[in-house]
Design a protein around this ligand. Structure first.
Ligand SMILES: NC(=O)c1ccc[n+]([C@@H]2O[C@H](COP(=O)([O-])OP(=O)(O)OC[C@H]3O[C@@H](n4cnc5c(N)ncnc54)[C@H](O)[C@@H]3O)[C@@H](O)[C@H]2O)c1
Ligand SMILES: O[C@H]1[C@H](O)[C@@H](O)[C@H](O)[C@@H](O)[C@H]1O
Length: 336
């Protein structure tokens, strides 16, 4: 039987995930949807067979028609829905961020720890991207020696007018923080955020930013966020080791040579760049949950760790001072 998923939040990424679950992937169906804008939820449900529209996320989670929950509403609402799903004993996939404060993430961790098992997976899709997986495989093979530095460039062509300078840390660089922890296999220990000369196309935003992050063992992680770069959505990464270096390669299928120039494309946005990674992320989640297993992807601890780094980054953005990152003890549930 197909896994019956209930979706809370049918905005941009919610509808994209509904599309992939219903049109690209196998083993799941959208049994229920809700949105604070109920007309939007009804409109989305119209195009789906047998999908019920619920008045709010709590009714959807409590419904017998839903086996698993997908949270794609705004960040500040994530905590209440994730906690409700855990209380109902239902697996929950939560788009990033897990929650917007470290305290809220700790409450989610406490709920899982007291239940004694994992219910939550956080939407850090880069871990499912083939190029990032290859990068990690090379690092883990030891061929470049111990990693010493990691350069991570995260460039958006533009951002909405509601985007603030702090969002470059909490909304954008959060992916770079998570992927750095995952690639290097250790926690981040301190962060310093330095605004560069301001991009005049950025409407007053502190943009671009350079974030210098130290891991607990002293690897330096340099994160660049540029959110008004105009030329495309460009994600770059290179790890420098003791005896070699490995970088994400350019992604073009063809290499165009024309009129004295050599060129290739740059993705338009995150949907294009990570489309296959999102597909892989959800197919693996569906298969795991449908088999009755606990989720094995990014955990509540990973969501918490990323949020703590973001908090420290926002503090550093205000002063450009180095801010320590303090996580506390990792519960046994997340040590594997
Ligand atoms: N992994 C990624 O790369 C990625 C990309 C984009 C967005 N996201 C994350 O996904 C989430 C949604 O982003 P989006 O771009 O789709 O935003 P969006 O504004 O397009 O959609 C969010 C939807 O949630 C609804 N909503 C808000 N509060 C609600 C509530 N209490 N109950 C039910 N619905 C509610 C809104 O009405 C809206 O339709 C955010 O947390 C964002 O950070 C992740
Ligand atoms: O929510 C989006 C998303 O997380 C993208 O992956 C990131 O590149 C954008 O900067 C952010 O606004």
């Amino acid at each position: 039987m197909a896994l019956r998923i209930g979706v809370i939040g049918t905005g941009m990424i919610g509808t994209d995930h509904i599309r992939r679950i219903t049109q690209v992937l196998s083993g799941a169906e959208i049994a229920a949807v809700t949105d604070a804008n109920l007309d939007l939820a009804k409109q989305v449900a119209q195009d789906l067979p047998d999908t019920e529209v619920f008045g709010d996320g709590h009714d959807l989670i409590g419904s017998g028609q839903v086996d698993a929950v997908l949270v794609t509403s705004w960040g500040p609402t994530h905590e209440e829905f994730v906690l409700a799903a855990i209380a109902s004993g239902k697996p929950v996939f939560c788009e990033k961020p897990l929650a917007t404060t470290a305290e809220a993430c700790r409450r989610i961790i406490a709920a899982e720890v007291s239940a004694g098992c994992r219910f939550v997976q956080v939407g850090f899709m880069r871990r499912y991207d083939a190029a990032y997986r290859q990068l990690k495989a090379v690092i883990d093979s030891g061929v470049i020696g111990a990693p010493l530095m990691y350069y991570s460039a995260h460039r958006n062509p533009d951002v909405p007018s509601t985007y603030t300078s702090e969002m470059a840390v909490v909304d954008t660089a959060v992916h770079d923080f998570d992927v750095a922890r995952w690639l290097l296999g250790e926690e981040l220990g301190a962060i310093r955020v330095l605004p560069a000369k301001q991009n005049s196309l950025g409407g007053g935003l502190k943009d671009p930013l350079l974030m210098v992050v130290e891991t607990e063992s002293g690897v330096l992680v340099n994160v660049e966020t540029s959110v008004n770069i105009r030329y495309g959505y460009d994600i770059r990464g290179e790890v420098v080791g003791e005896s070699g270096a490995v970088a994400l390669a350019d992604r073009n299928q063809v290499d165009l040579r024309h009129a004295g120039l050599r060129s290739g494309g740059v993705p338009a946005d995150w949907r294009e760049r990570f489309a296959v990674a999102f597909d892989t992320e959800f197919q693996e989640w569906i298969d795991t949950i449908a088999s009755g297993s606990e989720p094995v992807g990014p955990s509540s601890w990973d969501g918490y760790a990323a949020t703590v780094v973001c908090d420290a980054g926002v503090r550093s953005l205000a002063t450009s001072e180095r801010v320590p990152i303090v996580l506390g003890d990792k519960p046994a549930l997340y040590r594997n």
